[in-house]
Design a protein around this ligand. Structure first.
Ligand SMILES: [Zn+2]
Length: 316
């Protein structure tokens, strides 16, 4: 009888132990198969970048409007053009763009693919050097003059401290960038209304398309980056669009769902997300960066604080 009881207990023990091992394994493998998704700072899912090229004197009015609406911009400047006709002075840019990002656009605004490699390097480095002297912080990105680039240009700028570079090929979508040196924006802010002036039918079409995309962004439920680019001088002249620019700023500003960012801050954030170190079963994660990173897993949001290791299981 005693032997029989011992055997029965042993079977029960094996059964319970076996079940618990199986249950653990099942939980862990299920968790591992759940993808980790990036959220934006403060756990938001929408980001807005406003990016303007050339450093025209009309930037004075543009920046004033943006400041009134609490909007942040990235401004791409040609250092050798500053101080010449219709361009801002070298002396004013540090104060004017305070709170915004100053970024490169080449020293003289040539089409970079038409230059020799040594001249591409000069245009990019000279622009960085002079802008940095004027604004007193490192310039870490640029937009391509005329939006033009090529594999050779990208190869030339890759070792020059340029961490992102924007083209003008509008995507009309809200995708996050996959290649920082071939960064395509979502849409041009009223660009075509300037190139075809005094054409009300064309204006209506362009503005309609722009506001349609803006409203799709505002209603978006998934991770979305609305990257709007342009030139302040496009809103001047006979087809004056400043009222439309202000209307757009009103629509897009003071929205708690939106992360308002410079281009370089988003680059830093995406890099910090990509540098998260997860354990194999994804229950632990280390964030070696100096900024808090937000992730979503299985419908739950987690804040992974800067320089910390977070237990995702305990946070649930
Ligand atoms: Zn330009």
């Amino acid at each position: 009888m005693k032997t029989k009881l011992k055997l029965t207990l042993a079977f029960v023990a094996i059964f319970i132990f076996g079940c618990s091992v199986n249950a653990q394994t099942y939980t862990a493998s299920t968790k591992s198969s759940i993808p980790i998704e990036m959220l934006l700072p403060q756990g938001k899912s929408k980001a807005l970048i406003l990016s303007f090229d050339d450093g025209n004197i009309a930037d004075r009015h543009l920046v004033k409007l943006m400041n009134e609406y609490g909007l942040i911009g990235t401004f791409h400047l040609n250092s050798n053009k500053l101080g010449t006709k219709d361009y801002l002075t070298k002396e004013e840019i540090k104060n004017l763009y305070k709170g915004h990002e100053v970024s490169g656009h080449s020293a003289n605004h040539p089409s970079l693919p038409s230059l020799s490699k040594v001249d591409v390097i000069y245009e990019v480095l000279e622009d960085r050097r002079e802008l940095e002297r004027l604004i007193s912080y490192p310039v870490r990105g640029m937009s391509y003059p005329f939006g033009n680039t090529s594999d050779l240009v990208i190869e030339a700028i890759s070792g020059l401290g340029i961490e992102y570079a924007r083209t003008v090929g509008d995507t009309y979508n809200f995708n996050m960038p996959t290649e920082f040196l071939k960064w395509q924006p979502s849409i041009h802010l009223f660009g075509k209304t300037n190139y075809i002036p005094n054409d009300t039918a064309n204006d209506r079409k362009e503005l309609g398309q722009f506001y349609q995309l803006t409203s799709e962004f505002l209603n978006s439920k998934s991770l979305a980056l609305f990257y709007v680019w342009g030139h302040s001088w496009e809103y001047e002249g006979p087809g004056n669009k400043w009222a439309e620019v202000e209307k757009f700023f009103k629509m897009i500003s003071n929205n708690p769902e939106i992360y308002y960012t410079t281009q370089i801050d988003l680059v830093d954030y995406i890099n910090a997300f990509n540098n998260l170190r997860f354990s194999v079963d994804k229950t632990m994660v280390t964030n070696p960066a100096s900024i808090t990173v937000y992730v979503k897993m299985d419908g739950k949001a987690f804040a992974i604080e800067a320089g910390s290791t977070t237990n995702l299981k305990q946070s649930e």
